[in-house]
Design a protein around this ligand. Structure first.
Ligand code: F0G
Length: 464
């Protein structure tokens, strides 16, 4: 490598390098995914992770305040003066004993990494600050994404907060929750609603970005994933730099798991962690490509040469049978994950597994997470539902230390929540019935009372 930082094809047999300011985001030689890679011998890295704690004393510096950039020595692709931050990544790893009981873990063994506390309400801001910084470095004036709602909300917030770029977002029609659509509209993004779903929108945005020279911020952009590595750095920080046994994360476009795997690979390479945690990716059963390929068809990273024929055959089967992704967890309603190969690499590096959970399991887990004091959207609860499943299978031991990532805020998608807790069967059936959700075991129903003081008091005495 001649430069200290460049982009490089993830497939070892190709390994083509491209310059830091390239924005095609696919390998010019083989069309594969790209990594941002560093020559660690030529950039200053800390001798131990605890060195990052010195930044806590300097939180008036925005780059130290950011929960992403205070770890910037571990993704040094941008000079500090070019970094764009809106205070993202102020998120916490929190012990969740009530939820641990639901999952089947011993008290003190389950932690929730609550990414809903980000400025736009989801983990996406961790990646967006990095992509946005790169976009500014290359002089972009417009930035685009396809989205199930959170990437677009994040892009819209970054564009409106900085005034530096115009946001162009592609969403599938009728496929985005109101909370997320509200963010895109309120923050002034050009919102293109196409007749199709996320997978259709993802293909189109890549074509449009190429044709019009618009900067693409989907997680195919490797700089996005550099920022998302910080989620795992904060997890380690929350555990006083000890490595947990398991990280459990919902899988959609598979950007997070790819970023997490890269983070742990690099930390091992730098000698900053003694071992890597295991990774569990949880698909919704109505959008379970990764589960099918990894667990059912045995597709593996295989030194950078996964069995493409199997994968192509799987996709051809979906197309032939006109199978589209369908889940109440709209954030992960994706059948063609763009980061599939990087995710396979991550699972190989971290002894990974993939599971799928039904919409029923997702909403039940979400209600338990809510009752335990954490508000998350349906897709996020897939991680907790998946941890419970892995525990029931005996893959997780009750005494293992498990971190579930709660990827997005509860208020992103109140429709599903209200329907689950609804007293009104019609609302329940209309919103959830066609998704195969039949019961609301953990529903907290509103109590209907006449407008009468005695009746109100009676109801409170009965129910409290
Ligand atoms: N959880 C939430 C709340 C999400 O918004 C997403 C992805 C995921 C999980 C899946 O993460 O793609 O890294 O596997 N949302 C994207 C979007 C696709 O457009 O907002 P992943």
């Amino acid at each position: 490598m001649t430069e200290a930082v460049c982009q490089r094809c993830i497939h070892p047999a190709c390994s083509a390098a491209c310059a830091l300011d390239e924005t095609g985001f696919v390998c010019p030689r083989c069309g594969g995914l790209l990594d941002v890679v560093y020559d660690w011998a030529r950039v200053p890295v800390p001798r131990s992770l605890a060195e990052f704690e010195s930044k806590w004393a300097q939180r008036s510096n925005p780059l130290h305040f950011s929960g992403v950039w205070r770890f910037r020595e571990l993704f040094p692709f941008a000079p500090p003066e070019s970094i764009l931050t809106i205070g993202e990544g102020q998120t916490l790893l929190q012990r969740a004993d009530a939820v641990a009981g639901f999952v089947g873990l011993d008290p003190g063994r389950l932690f929730l990494q609550y990414e809903g506390m980000n400025p736009s309400g989801s983990f996406k801001d961790n990646g967006m600050t990095a992509a946005f910084t790169h976009a500014r470095l290359v002089g972009a004036r417009r930035a685009a994404c396809a989205s199930t709602g959170n990437t677009s909300a994040s892009l819209a917030v970054f564009c409106s907060a900085t005034g530096l770029m115009r946001a162009v977002i592609f969403i599938g029609s009728g496929k985005i929750s109101y909370g997320k659509l509200a963010q895109a509209l309120d923050h002034g993004a050009l919102t293109v609603q196409i007749a199709g779903d996320f997978d259709d929108a993802m293909l189109r945005v890549q074509q449009v970005a190429r044709k019009l020279g618009i900067y693409l911020v989907n997680s195919i952009n490797p700089f996005r994933l550099e920022g998302q590595k910080s989620i795992m750095l904060r997890v380690l920080e929350g555990l006083r730099w000890e490595v947990p046994d398991w990280i459990v994360v919902p899988g959609g476009n598979l950007g997070n798991v790819s970023a997490f795997g890269k983070a742990f690979l690099e930390l091992s390479e730098l000698g900053l962690i003694p071992r890597r945690p295991r990774l569990a990716v949880i698909n919704a059963s109505g959008a379970d490509t990764f589960y099918q390929l990894f667990e059912k068809h045995g597709v593996r990273w295989n030194g950078g040469q996964p069995e493409k024929k199997l994968i192509d055959g799987y996709y051809a089967g979906l197309d032939a049978e006109k199978i589209r992704a369908a889940t109440i967890a709209s954030a992960i309603e994706i059948n063609h994950p763009v980061n599939l190969f990087k995710a396979l690499r991550a699972l190989e590096a971290c002894g990974g597994v993939v599971r799928e959970v039904t919409d029923q399991e997702i909403l039940d887990a979400k209600a338990r997470v809510g009752a335990g004091g954490f508000g998350c959207e349906p897709a996020s609860a897939a991680s907790v539902a998946g941890a419970r499943k892995l525990r029931q299978e005996g893959v997780l031991e009750p005494g293992e230390r498990v971190v579930c990532v709660l990827t997005g805020h509860q208020l992103k998608d109140p429709t599903a929540t209200v329907a689950y807790h609804s007293t009104d069967q019609k609302t329940f059936d209309e919103v959830l019935g066609h998704r195969g959700v039949r019961r609301a075991t953990y529903a907290n129903r509103a109590v209907q009372v006449p407008n009468d003081l005695d009746e109100i008091i009676k109801a409170i005495e009965v129910y409290s």
